[in-house]
Design a protein around this ligand. Structure first.
Ligand SMILES: Cc1cc2nc3c(=O)[nH]c(=O)nc-3n(C[C@H](O)[C@H](O)[C@H](O)COP(=O)(O)OP(=O)(O)OC[C@H]3O[C@@H](n4cnc5c(N)ncnc54)[C@H](O)[C@@H]3O)c2cc1C
Ligand SMILES: NC(=O)c1ccc[n+]([C@@H]2O[C@H](COP(=O)([O-])OP(=O)(O)OC[C@H]3O[C@@H](n4cnc5c(N)ncnc54)[C@H](O)[C@@H]3O)[C@@H](O)[C@H]2O)c1
Length: 467
């Protein structure tokens, strides 16, 4: 049986591990899908390219109040789609070609197929060409990501539906789109398709969209979404059916009774589950938790010595910057077994690239209350800082929570223009333990730039640095 020093399963963030520092090791890389994984092919990158195009398409709806009259003459969907994938697909193909054939990878063997453990540290790959390979290794990296959850809604399979994996490659724009789910994917695709002129309905089981956000922010976002899209809150989807004319009937139940909706396409966006089941982990003794996530310690090592895991297959934060961070930790620990480093999950931020944009880090106010953590809070509206006032923003705000004794920021939640960028100095302050007052007063803030939103929110916190 062939034996490797290292086997990496999954080429999302897992693919970033192997470089020239592994040149003296015999390495195998296993990939069952498209090289580059979720973020590049069906996740962060194409979605944000669509979001940018959607932002451009949405400008006429905003511009008249500034005295600029614009008109959206049309959205050439095939051109929008093909520009995006015409740039992405060659990157994926190039990544595969590099690993398969570049002399840099003389020590690397690529298996295009699905890996599963068939013994302790023994992997069997069902190759796409129909052959099977069996090999062993001293070390493994499990980087197999996650996939969209498909809920057991009667009629769904027969009717046909899209997930984030397929909806970006639609042949044509539908007239009407229903999105089942109310999280990140729902918020981003509602913005994209509605900006392109599609009638979007969001079917949400809960009473709020983005309900994992701070509740003040989720409520404000939900209110805006209700003005932009048809939002059905507290609606459980109970059946879907393809009608004779090709349209789709969505049957729902809400507290007042039954409800129905007719659309042309359906997007399922109810979360993602880890790809741990495909790996038959029991055969090698790697444990998973109750949500099928691979259990790891602070070094990203699984319950088996020498088998590491990273990204969506292990973390509850299904985010690319987390997968990348964990990949760096795993890489270091593979190269330096006697001087390993721990992963840092203290302040994991996220952003939703919807309209408006949202960004968040640390505790929500509800979490602080539930955990009995004392806090002071401040809310600053975009309308009250110069640039937001100039834009005549009426809905955006930043909310910051801080420890009343130390002034350390414990949470920040922003909704409005540039939110994912504005939050970065707060992440920095939290990571390097800079207190709110020192952060506000220990540096210049460019006037009249948008970060004054953060400066003012910090200064509003009821902290008394000078007694
Ligand atoms: C629509 C969408 C938008 C997103 N936008 C953002 C964003 O803006 N910002 C952000 O931070 N995150 C975003 N994410 C999340 C981000 O894409 C993921 O957190 C990240 O890509 C996870 O990386 P990974 O390396 O863990 O897994 P992946 O990139 O999914 O890589 C796993 C790879 O393993 C392969 N594989 C699985 N099982 C096997 C097996 N048994 N054998 C061989 N190969 C296998 C898969 O084919 C896949 O290529 C988005 C996700 C989606 C779906
Ligand atoms: N900008 C970003 O960083 C970004 C963008 C897209 C996706 N992602 C990642 O991908 C993950 C998956 O995104 P997502 O939007 O699919 O999941 P999500 O977890 O963000 O939201 C799913 C929502 O669907 C609801 N839901 C669950 N089952 C349901 C059902 N049967 N019917 C109706 N609603 C149901 C859940 O309560 C939840 O509110 C995210 O959690 C995120 O980590 C990140």
């Amino acid at each position: 049986m062939t034996h490797y020093d290292l086997v990496v399963i999954g080429t999302g963030s897992g693919n970033t591990i192997v470089n020239r520092r592994f040149a003296d090791r015999k390495v195998a890389i296993v990939e069952r899908g498209t090289f580059g994984g979720t973020c590049l092919n069906v996740g962060c990158i194409p979605t944000k390219m669509f979001v940018h195009a959607a932002d451009v398409a949405a400008t006429p709806s905003e511009s008249a109040r500034y005295g600029i009259d614009e008109e959206l003459l049309g959205v050439r969907w095939p051109d929008v789609r093909d520009r995006i994938f015409g740039r992405i697909d060659p990157i994926a193909a190039g990544g595969s070609e590099y690993r398969h054939h570049d002399p840099d990878n003389a020590n690397v063997t690529v298996y295009d197929g699905t890996g599963r453990f068939t013994g302790f540290k023994e992997l069997t790959v069902d190759n796409k060409d129909g052959s099977m390979s069996v090999f062993s290794a001293d070390q493994f990296v499990l980087a197999t990501g996650s996939r969209p959850i498909v809920p057991p809604i009667p009629g769904l399979e027969e009717t046909g539906f899209h997930t984030s994996n397929t909806v970006m490659r639609l042949e044509e724009l539908p007239r009407r789109l229903a999105i089942i789910g109310s999280g990140f994917v729902a918020a981003e695709f509602a913005h994209v398709f509605a900006s392109f002129g599609v009638e979007v309905t969001i079917v949400a089981r809960s009473n709020l969209l983005l309900r994992h956000e701070d509740s003040e922010l989720a409520a404000a976002y939900t209110k805006i979404a209700q003005e932009l899209y048809d939002v059905r809150l507290n609606h459980e989807t109970i059946r879907v059916e393809r009608r004779n004319d090709g349209s789709i009937l969505v049957g729902m139940l809400n507290p007042d009774g039954a409800d129905e909706l007719i659309v042309d396409e359906l997007l399922i966006a109810v979360g993602r589950e880890p790809n741990s089941d495909l790996l038959n982990l029991a055969a090698t003794g790697v444990e998973v938790d109750s949500e099928a996530r691979v259990v790891v310690d602070e070094y990203q090592q699984t319950t088996v010595d020498g088998i590491y895991a990273l990204g969506d297959v292990t973390t509850p934060h299904q985010l690319k910057h987390v997968a990348n961070h964990e990949a760096r930790v795993v890489k270091h620990n593979l190269l330096n077994p006697d001087d390993r480093i721990e992963a840092d999950h203290r302040f994991v931020p996220h952003a939703v690239f919807s309209a408006p944009q949202i960004a968040s880090v640390g505790l929500t106010e509800e979490e602080a209350k539930e955990r009995g953590i004392p806090y002071v809070k401040a809310v600053e509206r975009y309308a009250d800082i110069a640039y937001g006032w100039a834009m005549e923003d009426t809905t955006g705000f930043a909310k910051i929570l801080a420890d009343p004794k130390t002034g350390q920021i414990i949470g920040a939640h922003i909704m409005g223009p540039q939110a994912p960028t504005l939050i970065q100095p707060i992440i920095q302050a939290m990571s390097f333990e800079l207190d709110a007052y020192a952060m506000a007063r220990g540096q210049y803030w460019i006037h009249p730039a948008m970060p004054e939103l953060i400066e003012n929110a910090l200064l509003k916190l009821d902290l008394h640095p000078e007694g």
